[in-house]
Structures are given as C-alpha cells and as structure tokens.
Design a protein around this ligand. Structure first.
Ligand code: ARG
Length: 460
C-alpha cells in the first residue's frame, strides 16, 4: 500500500485488504487500449488548445504509444497498487517521461475518463455482436434453404397444431435476430456520445475543446450536461436489456433443439462435432451446447437486474458504485458472443435434420383437422358449425385408432354431403401447408418470398 497516489492530504497508506477491495485493475485492464486512445486524444487536444505546448503533447503521445508497445510485449503488468487502469497508465507515463507525464491529467478526471473508455469499448463489442448475429442468421438460413420442402409439426401449448415448413420455423428465429440487430444499432447511438471534458462533474476552467477529442475518438456527439455525462449508465442498462433479448431468443431455440434431439421427437441428430457423451452411460449423446446456452442466458438477465439495482439509488454525480458496471458488462458481452458463436456452429455443423422422421411425424396426426373444417367453409358451411362437426369426427377416429385420411368417402359424406373425393388431397400435409397463402403464412410461395428477402438482407 502506498500514500503516494493521492495528494499530500494523505499520510498513511491503505489497509492492504482495502487496497484489494478498492482496486479494479484486475478487470479494467480490459480497457487498456481504449484508455490509451482516450489519453492520446486528450493530450493532442491539450496541445492544440495551447494548454500545453505542441511539443509536450507530442511527447505525451509518444509516451502513451510506448506503454501500448510495452503491453503488446507483455511487459506492462500493473499491480494492485495502481488501483485501476487509468492510474496504471498515468504512473507508467510519469516513470517514462518524468515531470512532463504529470501534465496529462490536466482538465480531466477519472470520472469522465472511465465513461469514455467504457463507451469506446462497448461500441466495438456491439459491432462484434452484430457480426455474431449475422453469422448465426446465415447458419439458420443455410439450413432453411437446405430443407425448403421439408415440413415439421407446428405446435401451440407444445401440442401438435398444424404442420409448417421447417424453413418457416427457422426463418422465425432470423426475424428475432434481425430485431436484435436493430435494437443494438439503436443502443449504439446512445453509447456513442462522449463524456470526456465533463471533468469530475462540473466541467473545467481549463480551455479544452470537447468537440475535438470526441471527433478524434469517433463519437457522434458530446454529452450536453457535465453532471449527466459522468452519471449516466443508461447505455449499459440498455445494452444489457438488448443482450438479454438476444439470449432469450437463443435460449428458446436451444430448448427446441434439445427437444428435437430427444428420442421422443427424433427430428434431428447431433453430430460428433457438438455433442458430448456420458462418463457412465455408453449409449448417450448429449446436447450440451444448447443446454449451456439456455443456462448461460441467466447470467445476462442477472447482470441487467444487477445494473438497475446498482444505479437506482445513486445521487449525482459519480459514485464508486459505478465501478461495478464493468464486470457485468465484460461478462455480459463475453456470454453473448460465446453463445452466438456456439449456436452458429451448432447450426453450421452440429446437427442434422431427419427429413424422414419429420415426414412421418406430420403425416400421422390430426394436425390437418383445421383443413377439414376449412374445406367445408369453402363449400359455404359456417366455420363454427364445420368446427363442431370435425371435432366429432376426430373423436370417432381416436376411438377407432385411425386417422382422418383412413376414413372411407361414405363416412365423410355421412357427416356432410358437401364432401367429395378431393377431400383426401386437401388434407395431405403438403396441401395443408401449401394452402396457407396468407401474407407471412407458411405456404410454400410465402416462405420462398421470405427466404428471398432474408437472403438479400443478409447478403448486404
Ligand atoms: N475505477 C473507477 C471506476 O471503475 C474509475 C473512476 C474512479 N473515480 C473516482 N473518483 N474514484 O469507476
């Protein structure tokens, strides 16, 4: 422990346990590149505003680049005594440059500095997540295109409802992922606002140019209010909410994959690339990947609640509580990226749909019952009446252990004289699906149109 970090107001060093408790260097070293970028922009601005000389600015920038080079060689390993990444860089700079290094912190505070670093970092991570979503969507699209004529039972309440195109089912997840991308792009706009120059909370008498540093760092604009600039963590919450929805979508798909891989469904087989065995049961092949994705989603939802709770009681402006935002963001981002990658690989090479099992599934149930009612509707029978009649017919079939397609024509006509021999074709799974031509429906033409649109969206 050391007293030297602080002003001469301090005489004693920190208690070693408190030094450990207080330090964030163990994790905020993640922000090193952004901290260097921010400091370089700040030093250049101090030079062009004549707060320091141009030559001093150039030396500061060179010193900061030297720290970057040391880090690249693995030679920059600050210890606990540095407290955080911001102090660690400043200390090293002073070691390298002597008294000149002490000029870097003119007109800024760690409060606006940490906000700047975090926003720069998160902005890059949002772009990486966007790339992860795209890869995942392309993997889904490839499976959809591979199986454009394959049908799968559609469910409500996890009870067989009506057959749908497998492609239609997969495209639904692409729609969710596209909303996720749009949401993250929207959040990115509010991440990309620069707090630098707010100083500790109130601005600074030093004649700085906030617009210059913001522009050099690629921010869209600057915070209008210095108190808000150092107190705002809305962007972290918004990001975590958007990431939570990404994980909700991945988790729901994971649940389906896990069901599909079961003996009971048997709709997919897991390849050796993404499945695991049991240490005891030699026959097992387990869907660990979607199970982990489903499980990890909880971490991200937890971070969202953690951030909201951490912020809600804080008076303006900066409070040390904010230091807790970092591990949440780092883990939330990591989890989101890891899960997207794992799910992309799962759909690229980790599973194989079983068209024969799917075909058998859609053929052997009563998921064409609605179409019998719709057949009568087309002949002028009111829907509710047709619905009642067909319900009775299903009840009879269930008692006899037969399917609708097994009924002789006489039985159909006994039920209602409007039935003709074309009823058999009308209730085949292919026809049931093809008939759903309403916009956005599962009809083959509609699905082909959706496929085309998504193909175009994902190509650009
Ligand atoms: N490590 C701190 C954080 O993560 C940096 C800002 C500290 N500012 C302060 N006034 N103590 O929030």
């Amino acid at each position: 422990s050391t007293a030297s970090t602080w002003s001469q107001r301090f005489e004693q060093g920190l208690h070693p346990a408190i030094e450990r408790f207080n330090a964030s260097i163990g994790f905020d070293i993640t922000l090193l590149q952004q901290d260097l970028d921010g400091s370089i922009a700040h030093a250049r601005m101090l030079g062009s505003c004549a707060v320091i000389s141009e030559s001093e600015a150039a030396q500061l920038i060179e010193g900061l680049e030297n720290v970057r080079a040391e880090a690249a060689r693995g030679e920059f390993n600050p210890g606990l005594e540095a407290e955080d990444v911001h102090f660690a860089v400043e200390r090293r700079l002073i070691e390298l440059l002597g008294p000149l290094g002490k000029k870097l912190h003119t007109g800024r505070s760690r409060n606006d500095q940490v906000g700047t670093d975090l926003r720069l970092w998160l902005r890059g991570q949002i772009d990486a997540i966007d790339g992860g979503l795209l890869r995942f969507e392309r993997a889904l699209l490839a499976q959809a295109e591979l199986h454009s004529t394959v049908l799968i039972p559609g469910y409500t309440h996890l009870q067989r409802a009506q057959p749908v195109c497998l492609a239609h089912h997969l495209l639904a997840y692409i729609e969710m992922a596209e909303r996720d991308r749009a949401r993250l792009a929207d959040v990115r706009g509010r991440v990309n606002i620069c707090p630098l120059g707010a100083a500790a909370l109130a601005g600074t008498p030093v004649p700085i140019d906030r617009r210059q540093t913001a522009a050099e760092l690629g921010f869209d604009t600057i915070y209008a209010n210095s108190l808000d600039a150092v107190s705002d963590r809305d962007f972290a919450v918004e990001f975590m909410a958007a990431a939570s929805l990404v994980l909700v979508h991945l988790s729901r798909l994971s649940e389906e994959v896990i069901l599909w891989a079961s003996e009971e469904f048997g709709f997919i087989g897991l390849t050796d690339r993404c499945a695991t065995g049991s240490s005891l049961m030699p026959q097992k092949k387990n869907p660990d990947v979607p199970e982990l994705v489903r499980g990890k989603s909880g971490r991200v939802f937890g971070h969202l609640m953690g951030l909201l709770t951490m912020i809600k009681g804080l008076p303006l402006a900066y409070n040390k509580d904010f230091q807790e935002d970092k591990e949440a963001l780092f883990d939330g981002v990591r989890t989101c990226l890891d899960c997207l990658e794992a799910m992309a690989i799962l759909f690229e090479e980790g599973l194989e749909f079983r068209p024969q099992r799917l075909e058998a599934a859609v053929a052997a149930d009563f998921s064409n019952a609605t179409d019998v009612a719709d057949y009568l509707v087309a002949k002028g029978v009111p829907f509710r009446e047709a619905y009642q009649l067909v319900g009775g017919l299903v009840k009879g079939c269930l008692a006899e252990g037969i399917l609708l397609r097994d009924l002789p024509l006489g039985r159909w006509q006994q039920l209602h004289p409007a039935f003709e021999a074309d009823i058999y074709k009308a209730i085949t799974p292919q026809q049931v699906v093809a008939a759903r031509r309403s916009e956005g429906g599962t009809g083959f033409d509609q699905v082909e149109q959706q496929l085309q649109q998504i193909r175009m969206r994902l190509a650009s």
